[in-house]
Write a protein that binds this ligand. Structure first.
Ligand code: C5P
Length: 402
């Protein structure tokens, strides 16, 4: 399955990376896709309508209004598309998309679109890591859009860092993969019940304090939404997390501590087919929770900690028919440690993300993983967590077929 015959709406906003769009159009046209380009008024400073329309073989629009009192219907453009890709997506266009600031044809078309939306951001490194950009990328992902992360390297400003728009070939591959996978994965998990643990756990010290960690819950939420899109019944058990769940079919249970998470998991365990433990469970909890707020008196304070239950290990011990997936976040001897956990916890598969890889780990929007089973190993590129969720579930499905 390729992009042949697909209708691709390419929206260009005003950044220097706009020059790369020519190559992207060429790739789509070569593979038999129909391409319609629209652009923001600022994008016209960087590339010309003439070059874009010559390559796409269609007129290019940047304005609501055409000649002689006609108008360019954003609704028609939006409903025509099988996929929309905003490339390059500047900080400004991203902010407008995520906040409904509908003051140009690109945003009006985006807001009318029902098709999947892909976003390839491009901006200078400080803009890319600015909290507003991060928040807006999170919002866009929360809307169900696919972010094609900016890459590391030299930027137009001369600075070096993350912000370069992904290469046209990468953008093309993500969209082609979408058409290939979305066809083959519609209802591919129908009839299955998937349980996912996500987020951190908080272990109370006293009424106001806790021991916790930086896990965002993003990986688990992405897995839950993707499993649900594939037709599974999804039970998501999450520690404290600010992630927004867009898919209301997912059954979300919020817990706080490891013990609560364990209890909730075992309310469902017998009935599930697949268990995925992506939660960053605290290994230890305070032995006693002080009834009153602990006062600061002495120079030193000692808190006795006791081991928390290992939820996934318990799942492994009680496994009858469930397919179990664990995560390992390692800093040294990564592969060895991950494989050790696969055995020790009686898992069918383990997903390794190394803290040594830039962009991987639990505070990032992206992840770079390796998957191990007892006999196989597969390595993946750095991708958004939404894309990583697809890779993980594709792998699970391939194992279930064996
Ligand atoms: O042993 P380690 O904490 O590295 O194992 C990580 C894997 O085990 C993850 O899948 C995590 O969700 C799970 N785990 C758990 N309960 C714990 C500790 C880890 O379910 N107490």
């Amino acid at each position: 399955m390729s992009v042949s015959g697909k209708k691709i709406l390419i929206a260009v906003s005003g950044g220097i990376a706009a020059y790369k769009v020519h190559f992207l159009i060429r790739d789509f046209v070569k593979k038999g896709a129909e391409v319609q380009v629209i652009m923001t008024p600022d994008a016209e400073h960087f590339v010309t309508k003439l070059s874009l329309s010559t390559l796409s073989k269609k007129p290019v629009y940047s304005d609501f209004y055409g000649d002689n009192g006609s108008w360019n219907s954003h609704v028609e453009l939006a409903l025509w598309a099988d996929a929309m890709v905003v490339t390059p997506c500047t900080a400004n266009t991203l902010a407008k998309m995520t906040h409904g600031m509908c003051d140009n044809l690109v945003i009006a078309t985006y807001m009318s679109a029902k098709c999947p939306v892909f976003i390839a951001p491009a901006m200078d490194l400080d803009m890319y890591i600015h909290p507003s950009t991060k928040k807006n990328l999170e919002l866009a992902e929360g809307f169900g859009h696919t972010i094609i992360p900016a890459e590391n390297g030299e930027l137009a400003s001369g600075l070096i860092g993350q912000g370069r728009m992904a290469e046209p070939g990468t953008i093309f591959n993500v969209i082609e993969d979408y058409f290939t996978n979305s066809m083959s994965t519609i209802n591919s998990l129908q009839g299955k019940t998937v349980l996912i643990t996500a987020g951190p756990t908080y272990e109370a010290l006293d009424p106001v304090r806790f021991i916790g960690n930086h896990s965002s819950g993003k990986m688990g939420f992405s897995l839950a939404e993707e499993a649900s899109r594939r037709g599974a019944r999804v039970i998501l058990i999450s520690g404290p997390s600010s992630q927004i769940l867009n898919d209301k079919k997912v059954e979300l249970y919020k817990v706080t501590s490891a013990k609560e998470m364990l209890a909730k998991v075992f309310e469902f365990y017998d009935k599930i087919d697949i268990g995925i433990a992506s939660a960053a469970v605290a290994d230890y909890a305070p032995k006693e929770i002080a009834k009153e707020k602990i006062k600061k008196n002495d120079e030193n304070l000692t808190i006795e900690l006791i081991k928390n239950p290992d939820i996934l290990k318990t799942m492994g011990e009680k496994k009858t028919h469930q397919f179990l997936v664990g995560f390992a976040l390692e800093t040294q001897n990564e592969e060895e440690n991950a494989k050790g956990k696969l055995e020790k916890k009686n898992l069918d598969m383990i997903v390794l993300n190394s803290l040594r890889d830039e962009g991987a780990g639990f505070k990032n929007d992206t992840n770079k993983i390796k998957i191990f089973t007892k006999t196989e190993k597969k390595e993946f590129d750095l991708k958004s967590k939404g894309e990583v969720a697809k890779d993980i579930l594709n792998f699970v499905e391939s194992q279930l077929l064996k």
